[in-house]
Design a binder for this molecule. Structure first.
Ligand SMILES: [Zn+2]
Length: 296
């Protein structure tokens, strides 16, 4: 008898990481995911502003801003409440499964500003890094998220999780997209290593299938800032690797993550804007940037 491995999926959000900056940073963990799967630029859908609230709401719910109605970071629209996040949808389909949300940007997981963006809500560091909004606050908040999430990933049986790091976006806002930004991106990759190590250390790892998806929400102007229509602001990226994922994926939308998570558990996601990875045939118009690091 062949026992099918149990599926597990981890989605890691890294806020505000420009595709060209990512490629010029040293990111061994993300490189490993790209080597085993794919890493592609993603054009933020025209229905979404190039702002965190709208795009993370699309990652969470699989629908764009014309439906979830999150158009900025400050207002929680009533329409959002009719959309479950992907961890909630997994639990509806498979009530016995455990899920986790751990984030440093509070509105993703608690009632604050536009939040909760994830209907399940989740864990946030006690100290809100947005209060002082400096590098040290965000570094310690992101470190706390990585430590908390790694501990739970290693010791619990979490079928679907979302983990988020925010320091790179804030660094770009505060100081632009120079060396400090690259260093922040690299620290986020180190946190990704911590999560991947936790998966590898699971006692029954050999009996489990794991899919890891890493995603950013938008880019940044050279001097820091986003929300506009330039190519660098509208270009995000998604990387993924795991059992059964197509390797040659050229076009992905943020809404596809919801569909892919549900498909991992054998559930078709109905009435969303996303499709499973590999279902889009061509790159979306304008989704690519030159592969060289041109903006350091
Ligand atoms: Zn931002």
């Amino acid at each position: 008898m062949c026992v099918k491995n149990e599926p597990h999926i981890l989605v890691v959000g890294i806020d505000g990481v420009r595709y060209d900056s990512l490629r010029s940073a040293a990111t061994p963990a993300l490189d490993r995911i790209a080597d085993q799967g794919f890493l592609v630029p993603v054009r933020v859908h025209e229905k979404n502003a190039t702002i965190s609230g709208p795009v993370w709401a699309t990652v969470a719910t699989g629908v764009h801003a014309d439906r979830h109605k999150v158009t900025g970071n400050s207002h929680h629209p009533v329409e959002l409440d009719s959309f479950q996040d992907f961890t909630a949808a997994v639990r509806v389909a498979r009530p016995e499964l455990q899920t986790m949300i751990a984030v440093s940007w509070h509105p993703l997981a608690i009632r604050s500003e536009c939040g909760p963006i994830f209907s399940s809500r989740g864990w946030v560091p006690t100290h809100d890094p947005e209060e002082s909004n400096d590098a040290d606050s965000w570094i310690s908040a992101d470190d706390a998220v990585a430590e908390y999430a790694a501990e739970r990933i290693r010791h619990e049986d979490l079928a679907a999780s979302f983990v988020y790091f925010g320091e790179a976006d804030v660094e770009a806002h505060n100081h632009g997209t120079g060396d400090g930004y690259i260093a922040a991106i690299q620290r986020c990759d180190t946190r990704l290593t911590t999560l991947l190590d936790a998966i590898a250390a699971r006692p029954n790892r050999a009996g489990e299938d794991w899919t890891v998806i890493v995603v950013t929400d938008h880019g940044h102007l050279d001097a820091g800032g986003h929300g506009g229509e330039t190519q660098v602001e509208r270009t995000a990226w998604i990387g993924a690797a795991g059992a059964g994922l197509p390797q040659h994926v050229t076009a992905v939308d943020h809404a596809d993550i919801f569909a892919q998570v549900l498909a991992t558990f054998g559930v078709a996601a109905a009435d969303i804007d996303g499709v499973i990875f590999g279902a889009r045939q061509e790159a979306l118009p304008g989704a690519t940037l030159p592969m060289t690091a041109a903006h350091r």
